[in-house]
Design a binder for this molecule. Structure first.
Ligand code: SAM
Length: 397
């Protein structure tokens, strides 16, 4: 068999990556270090898309060992970067010759985040873990190295990604249980698990996850939604089948679980012309740019999506729209140029709810995301700002 790393470059880059992740505090244990310095990431990303942002928006250019210097390619593979491997649910790098547009639908998450999450999950030797979102299989392989393949199950929704991951995981010498299916249903046959880790985000914690993780076990996932506000939460499952936990630090986001993707906006122009109330806004579009305000907006308007429009020669208009019930809010710069007017219509005053959430957080002293908790019971899923009488928000059902 030919040596896949004849001059030892990949091995050196793995050590370098492990050092970098250790220096920045994301890699914290010898056991996960051994996984990072062993698992060959290049096997999991034999091709990927390079991102570039220009006048036409974000474009993606295929990258593979044959498309430039092999050393440069390998250095990119071992950079602490997310490598996008699929666009729009079906376009792979070897399907295209040059730059293309599209929405990422599968990727190898940046190693620093994968490792940080594995450290947060903290499975003990031989713990059984269910992973949702196999993607390229790199994180699956890290877990196989640490826990033994027999203790790892991973579920991938996308058939093409699942097939590629299977090939890569096998090539790297691991044999976990791999399932092509909807991770929101979990894996009833393999349950109960000690831990569940999701590398796609969810709007609501699936009830199957609670049933399939042992009491005392943990669920580590990002909670997000159609505004892309996001938070990483670690839940502990209790004897009575409920779960509770705190949001963790860091700006962690993942692509949303496919069955929970946002509905299409369709032609919303008629909706925005509906009768509406107008007032001065206390908060403007910066809510959608700042991490915790966006998380709060997500909690306060879980069915909303945001978009920006511009009429020729006019100012940018920022909208929040819930296409399911026809609620909308439009922010327009006011005459002073410093503030915004908000125009709201439909059954729910989306911007009133978003502003109330941001105001409550500010009144509590603008605490970090770790001040929020999530409680999941059969009757609902509730995020609470963990201050005296702090406000609560229900995740969508
Ligand atoms: C960020 S990628 C996963 C990265 C992966 N852990 C790695 O290291 O390469 C997210 C993956 O979740 C998958 N996904 C989305 N919804 C899913 C679902 N309901 N069940 C299982 N996988 C899902 C996507 O197809 C995508 O491949």
């Amino acid at each position: 068999m030919t040596d896949p790393d004849p001059d030892g470059l990949a091995a050196r880059l793995r050590t370098q990556l492990a050092d970098e992740l250790e220096d920045t505090g994301r890699l914290r244990s010898a056991a996960w270090r051994a996984a990072v310095t062993t698992v060959p990431r290049e096997v999991f990303v034999p091709e990927f898309f390079r991102r570039s942002d220009g006048p036409q928006g974000t474009m993606w250019t295929p990258a593979a060992p044959g498309t430039g210097s092999a050393d440069v390619w390998l250095e990119e593979v071992y950079a602490d970067e997310t490598l996008v491997t699929q666009l729009d649910g079906h376009v792979h790098p070897n399907d295209v010759d040059g730059p293309v547009g599209g929405e990422p639908t599968s990727s190898s998450t940046l190693p620093g985040l994968v490792v940080r999450m594995l450290e947060d999950l903290d499975p003990k030797d031989a713990a059984r873990v269910l992973e949702i979102g196999t993607g390229t299989g790199y994180s699956t392989a890290l877990m196989c190295h640490r826990l033994g393949s027999d203790n790892v199950t991973s579920i991938e929704y996308d058939p093409a990604a699942a097939a590629r991951a299977r090939t890569a995981i096998t090539t790297a010498g691991y044999t976990p249980r791999l399932i092509r299916g909807d991770g929101l249903q979990g894996d009833p046959e393999g349950a109960p698990y000690d831990h569940l880790i999701a590398t796609c985000s969810v709007r609501t914690i699936p009830s199957a996850w609670l049933r399939q993780v042992k009491p005392g076990g943990t669920i580590l996932t990002t909670v997000s939604g159609w505004l892309y506000g996001s938070g990483l939460v670690r839940l502990t499952v209790k004897e009575d089948g409920t779960a509770e936990g705190r949001f963790l630090p860091g700006t962690v986001s993942f692509m949303i679980a496919r069955p929970q993707a946002a509905p299409g906006l369709g032609d919303f122009s008629g909706l925005l012309r509906q009768p509406a109330e107008e007032r001065s806004a206390r908060h403007g579009p910066e809510v959608f740019r700042d991490w915790i305000p966006l998380f709060l907006a997500q909690l306060a308007a879980p069915g909303a999506q945001d978009l920006t429009t511009r009429v020729a020669g006019g100012p940018k208009l920022v909208h929040a729209i819930d296409v399911r019930d026809g609620s909308f809010a439009t922010l327009t710069p006011d005459d002073s140029g410093d503030g915004f007017l908000v125009r709201q219509g439909g059954p729910v005053r989306l911007w009133d709810n978003i502003e109330a959430a941001v105001d409550a957080w500010r009144a509590a002293g603008s605490p970090p995301q770790t001040a929020f908790t999530l409680t999941v019971t059969p009757n609902g899923q509730r995020v609470q700002l963990d201050t005296e009488g702090g406000p609560t928000w229900d995740l969508p059902t």
